[in-house]
Design a protein around this ligand. Structure first.
Ligand code: CA
Length: 154
């Protein structure tokens, strides 16, 4: 069964690109256009992974992620921080609240694919029989597209 990814993104164009990219990679997608709706959908839909924009109109993506990581229902779901903001304090804060990794816009298909596969890997291992792997420490990953691909304000 295809893995389900929740996309939390307020910008319609960015959301459209993410949906197209992720569906092209074989994932099912669920969409939310605000942080509050993102949290609600994470709780009700229990996706396998969340791609969270950090610049949302209602609550900050980082605060939404913190809430999800502090909730037993959603704490296990890997969250990818996705943002045009390249400032290092956002990256650190995102990783500090438990987001699995950080991706800068615009979407780079190859990097998105690699990042998602890495983020999903611990969950894949948990479903296996190798009990010792269950307790393996999750380490945050930081991946970035090259600077010359340019940045865009969403
Ligand atoms: Ca945004």
């Amino acid at each position: 069964m295809a893995k389900r990814i929740l996309i939390v993104e307020d910008n319609e164009d960015s959301r459209f690109i993410l949906v197209a990219t992720l569906r092209g990679l074989g994932y099912e997608t669920i969409e939310a256009e605000t942080g509050t709706k993102g949290v609600e959908k994470a709780l009700t839909e229990k996706p396998d992974l969340i791609v969270m924009d950090l610049g949302l109109p209602d609550i900050r993506g980082i605060d939404a992620a913190r809430g999800l990581k502090n909730n037993l229902i959603t704490a296990h779901i890997p969250i990818i921080a996705h943002t045009a903001w390249g400032a290092s304090q956002w990256k650190e804060e995102a990783l500090n609240v438990g987001m699995a990794c950080y991706l800068e816009k615009p979407v780079d298909r190859k990097l998105m694919k690699a990042t998602i596969e890495k983020c999903l890997l611990p969950e894949e291992r948990k479903s296996g029989k190798e009990a010792e792997i269950i307790f393996e420490q999750k380490k945050p990953m930081t991946l970035r597209i090259s600077q010359d691909e340019g940045k865009r304000n969403d």
